[in-house]
Design a protein around this ligand. Structure first.
Ligand SMILES: [Zn+2]
Length: 337
C-alpha cells in the first residue's frame, strides 16, 4: 500500500505523487546527470540501503503499476483548543512535545484525517461543550479528539505526568493511524476492532515512559510505576489483561507495562536488539492489521511464539517491574528509524 509509513515512497520530484516522471529523475541520478538529495533521495531509496539503484527503480515501477492511487498520504490535520486556564509554561511545552512527537512518529491520514485537541486545567469547569473531562482519545473515524484535562495538582507538584500524558495520548493517535481495526467502534466485544488492553495500553505507557526518559532524563518506570504492587494474575490468569474491565487490577497500567517489557525481553532472548524488540511491539505488530478475532495469529507471525507460550513464559519473571525496565539509554529515535 503506497503511503503506508513511507508517505511519499518513490516521489523523487516531491510533487506528492509517484509516477513515470520520478523514474526519469532517478535514472538521471543513477547516470550521474543530476544528484538527488534530502527528501528526494530518501523517497527514492526504497530499500533504504543508502544508494539509489536499479533495485529501487524496480520497486517504484511496481508502485506505479500496482497501486490505483499514487498520491502521497498527508499528515493528520490537528486543530488545537488550548484553554487559557492552563499555565503558559505548560502550553509552550505542550507545543514542543507535539512537535517532537510528530517528528518521531508522524501520524498519516491512512484511516482518518482529523484530530482535535481539547486541553484544560481541572481547576475550571469543562470549558468545551460536549467534551467530557478526563485524558483520553475519543470520537470516531469521522475525526478523533484528544482530551487532556490536566489535574491541577500536577502543576502544583510539577508532576512529570502533566507532560508524559501528552506522549501517551499521541501514541494512541499513532496506533489508530497504523491499525485500521482500532478505528472501528469498541465498547462491548467487537471482533472487528482491536482492543487488547495490555498490548495497547502497555505499549502507550511504555512509549510515554521512554519519552520522558529521552527528553527529561526522568525514569518514569522506576519513579512512577515500579512502586505499584503487580497483580498475581500476571502469573495465574494473564488473559484478563486483554480486557479493559481489568483496569482495577492494573493501576496506571503497570501490569500491562510489565507484560510489554517481558515481551521485549523474550524477543531479546531470541536475539533481537532492544530497539528491534520495541519496534516490533510498537509498530510491526500493529501494522499487521490485527483485530480481536485474529490477533493471536498475527502475534505468532510477528513475534515467533504464540500468545499462550508468551503467557506461560511470564511465570518465569518475578513480579517486579524493576527487573524488566529497558536500558535508560534506549532512544525512541533509534526505535522508529
Ligand atoms: Zn491509554
Amino acid at each position: 500500500m503506497l503511503g503506508f509509513l513511507f508517505p511519499c515512497e518513490g516521489d523523487a520530484n516531491l510533487d506528492n505523487s509517484t509516477n513515470i516522471q520520478d523514474i526519469v529523475l532517478i535514472v538521471n541520478h543513477i547516470v550521474s546527470e543530476l544528484e538527488l538529495i534530502d527528501d528526494s533521495f530518501d523517497n527514492s531509496d526504497i530499500n533504504n540501503d543508502g544508494t539509489i539503484d536499479i533495485l529501487d527503480i524496480v520497486s517504484i515501477a511496481n508502485i506505479i503499476l500496482y497501486n490505483d492511487d499514487n498520491q502521497c498520504i498527508p499528515i493528520i490535520d490537528i486543530t488545537y483548543n488550548i484553554d487559557e486556564s492552563l499555565p503558559i509554561d505548560w502550553i509552550i511545552e505542550f507545543y514542543a512535545i507535539m512537535s517532537n512527537l510528530s517528528g518521531l512518529i508522524p501520524a498519516y491520514q491512512n484511516y482518518f484525517e482529523n484530530l482535535t485537541v481539547y486541553a484544560w486545567n481541572s481547576s475550571v469547569e469543562d470549558p468545551y461543550p460536549g467534551i467530557e473531562g478526563g485524558t483520553y482519545i475519543g470520537g470516531s473515524g469521522e475525526g478523533f479528539n484528544m482530551v487532556l484535562e490536566i489535574n491541577q495538582m500536577e502543576f502544583e507538584w510539577n508532576h512529570m505526568h502533566r507532560y508524559s500524558v501528552i506522549a501517551h495520548e499521541y501514541f494512541h493517535v499513532y496506533q489508530l493511524s497504523i491499525n485500521q481495526p482500532m478505528n472501528e467502534p469498541n465498547g462491548g466485544y467487537n471482533p472487528n476492532t482491536f482492543s487488547i488492553k495490555w498490548l495497547i495500553e502497555g505499549a502507550a505507557t511504555t512509549f510515554e515512559s521512554m519519552y520522558v526518559q529521552n527528553y527529561y532524563d526522568y525514569n518514569y518506570f522506576i519513579n512512577d510505576l515500579a512502586y505499584i504492587d503487580l497483580s498475581n494474575n500476571i502469573h495465574t490468569n494473564p488473559s484478563i489483561f486483554e480486557d479493559y474491565s481489568s483496569n482495577n487490577l492494573d493501576m496506571n497500567y503497570s501490569c500491562s507495562v510489565f507484560m510489554v517489557l517481558v515481551l521485549a525481553k523474550e524477543l531479546m532472548d531470541l536475539g533481537y536488539s532492544e530497539e528491534s524488540a520495541f519496534k516490533m511491539i510498537f509498530q510491526e505488530f500493529m501494522l499487521t492489521g490485527a483485530k480481536n478475532s485474529n490477533w493471536e495469529n498475527y502475534f505468532l507471525e510477528t513475534f515467533g511464539f504464540s500468545v499462550d507460550e508468551f503467557y506461560t513464559s511470564l511465570q518465569s519473571y518475578s513480579l517486579n517491574l524493576q527487573n524488566v525496565v529497558p536500558s535508560s539509554s534506549l532512544s525512541l529515535q533509534q526505535i522508529f528509524d
